[in-house]
Design a protein around this ligand. Structure first.
Ligand code: NDP
Length: 241
């Protein structure tokens, strides 16, 4: 089950998992049915808002019933808001926490009973911004850092059930989220987002590159990895000057 899988990184993960032979449930606030139909091969689309306990419980129940169990959970749904931390509205702060951090926990909470039956894997999509603060992404960074800590707790608490939990920390990936941030970046800083990305990361990553990593982490080939956060950013985090 992949949250936020109708487009972007989640969509690429759904396609990669399907190609690897998995049956996938896409749980998204919109577009889940359409994406599932386009991917085919038994993919299920489930309308799900990760902010709502009722919605998440129903989505997990449907995925578990229709797939005959739940082996892999990808917590991918997320939002970003670009703003200096002190200018961020309370509403935007609450939304970031509610979708990114609380949403990850809520889906996990409801999925655990099914996951521990199968001895599977959890992949949480955090961010490089979860490993170090980014200017203009302060609250987003806070939620993503929280996901890294949650991932460690999941790994520790589910180890005895044979369920692994790992996080991916992407740099800048070419999706709607980044395209949307590009305009906000230019408005706030007067600079070019594209030039900034080229300077710090060299190029944008692709959703498929994150999907390859997620496929590996969810597979038995990664059986020694538990509770880690893997950075995928062309080495951007190593820049010191
Ligand atoms: P997108 O905006 O393309 O995809 C995010 C997906 O999450 C969308 O399908 C969106 O639905 C869905 N979503 C948003 N809110 C909810 C909700 N309340 N309930 C269910 N689904 C929801 O972004 P990306 O593919 O780039 O992002 C995927 C993940 O990767 C996010 O967690 C993001 O923080 C993370 N990430 C992205 C990076 C990047 O550079 N792109 C870098 C680092 C991390 P809808 O289309 O309706 O909005």
């Amino acid at each position: 089950m992949i949250t936020g899988g109708h487009r972007g990184i989640g969509r690429a993960i759904a396609e990669a998992f399907t190609a690897a032979g998995a049956r996938v449930a896409i749980a998204d606030i919109e577009g889940a049915d359409t994406a599932a139909g386009e991917i085919g091969r038994g993919t299920i689309g489930i309308s799900c808002d990760v902010r709502s306990s009722t919605s998440v419980a129903a989505a997990v129940a449907r995925a578990t019933t229709e797939l005959g169990g739940l082996d892999i959970l990808v917590n991918n749904a997320g939002i970003a808001v670009l703003s200096p931390l002190h200018e961020l509205s309370e509403e935007d702060f609450d939304s970031l926490v509610s979708v990114n951090l609380r949403g990850t926990w809520l889906v996990y909470k409801h999925a655990v009973p099914a996951l521990i039956n199968g001895g599977g894997a959890i992949v949480n999509i955090a961010s490089l911004a979860g490993m170090a603060a980014f200017p203009l992404l302060g609250a987003y960074s806070g939620t993503k850092g929280g996901i890294v800590r949650l991932t460690e707790a999941m790994a520790l608490e589910l180890r005895e059930y044979g369920v692994r939990a790992n996080a991916i920390c992407p740099g800048f990936i070419d999706t709607n989220m980044v395209q949307g941030s590009s305009d906000a970046f230019a408005t706030i800083t007067g600079g070019s987002f594209e030039q900034m990305v080229t300077a710090v990361q060299g190029r944008l990553g692709t959703p498929g590159e994150i999907a390859s990593l997620a496929t590996y982490l969810a597979s038995d080939s990664a059986s020694l990895l538990n509770g880690v956060a893997i950075i995928a950013d062309c080495g951007m985090n190593l820049h010191r000057v």
